[in-house]
Design a protein around this ligand. Structure first.
Ligand code: DAK
Length: 260
């Protein structure tokens, strides 16, 4: 399917979704968020895709936030619709079966930082900058920034970012645990693909259920989260992947997983 504001490419079981509005630094307007939802839904049901990469076109930005020129005319109800639309898409990213890796190639601000935080892992170019600058515009984050950021980096660092609206470097984002890895800009996509390939070589059912256990478990108290883990752990014992993975280890060979 062709999109107006996204590029989607699938090769070697990796889907790459690129935000493609370079003139506005890939800012998010409602059509782009809707397209993201449609693209992710379509990808989620593809058996030939095991990992998704999200990145931005151009060298400057992943996503420079919500499209400020379009937000200008929002009514309260349109703002609510935009919030619910985006929050639904970001929850879907967290719940879709395939791991999603953000390859952050530049500014990830406001809604862009929020999209990044919904990914399972982040690799950033050394030129990337992160921030929640909404307070500069007299608004607050609307795509889960006030909730996911404290869960990721802790309450006080999150408050510093959200209340001052200041940007941080990729290196600082790494130091506070917001991103997994920082690489030179020219190596970004290869570094993200390397991680994707590593994940693709592991048991597909295990990867899928481990993502589910961690993302869903974070919304639960520890007792219920561990019960969820125990159920998914037990379910793993009914899979062909479990038989193959254990047999391959004992026979000292590489496993040939089927995702069954
Ligand atoms: N929206 C629209 N256009 C943008 C944009 C944005 N967010 N960011 C940049 N652009 C456009 C610029 O206007 C400029 O366009 P032209 O003048 O060339 O036509 C072009 O991109 C290049 O930008 P600059 O000339 O400014 O480039 P610089 O390198 O000088 O600066 C910058 C780059 C990223 C530091 C700067 O552009 C900047 O500060 N951009 C705005 C960052 C920002 O404040 N983003 C919005 C955060 S608020 C909601 C849900 C979520 C949200 C809101 C509501 N609801 C539920 C209702 C999310 C809100 C946000 O994301």
């Amino acid at each position: 399917m062709a999109y107006e504001n996204l590029l989607v490419d699938v090769s070697e079981r990796i889907a790459t979704v690129t935000f493609n509005r370079p003139k506005s630094l890939n800012a998010l307007n409602p059509p782009t968020v809707r397209e993201l939802g449609t693209a992710m839904e379509e990808i989620s049901s593809r058996e030939d895709v095991g990992v998704v990469l999200l990145t931005g076109s151009g060298e400057k930005a992943f996503i420079a936030g919500a499209d400020i020129s379009e937000m200008k005319a929002f009514t309260t109800m349109q703002a609510l619709d935009f919030a619910l639309l985006g929050q639904g898409v970001l929850s879907f990213i967290e719940r879709m079966p395939q791991p999603v890796i953000g390859a952050i190639n530049g500014f990830a601000l406001g809604g862009g930082c929020e999209v990044a935080m919904a990914c399972d892992l982040l690799v950033a170019s050394d030129t990337a900058r992160f921030g929640q600058p909404e307070v500069n515009l007299g608004i607050i984050p609307g795509y889960g920034g006030t909730q996911r950021l404290p869960r990721l980096v802790g309450r006080n660092l999150a408050k510093e970012l959200v209340l001052t609206g200041e940007m941080i470097s990729a290196q600082r984002a790494y130091e506070i645990g917001l991103v997994n890895k920082v690489v030179p800009a020219a190596e970004l996509m290869n570094a993200a693909r390397e991680i994707a390939k590593k994940i693709l070589s592991r048991g597909p059912v295990a990867v899928r259920t481990a993502k589910m256990a961690m993302n869903r478990g974070l919304d639960l108290d520890l007792g219920n989260a561990c019960a969820l883990e125990a159920s998914l752990f037990a379910a793993g014992f009914s899979t062909a992947d479990r038989q193959e993975g254990i047999a391959a280890f004992l026979e000292k060979r590489k496993p040939a997983f089927t995702g069954r």
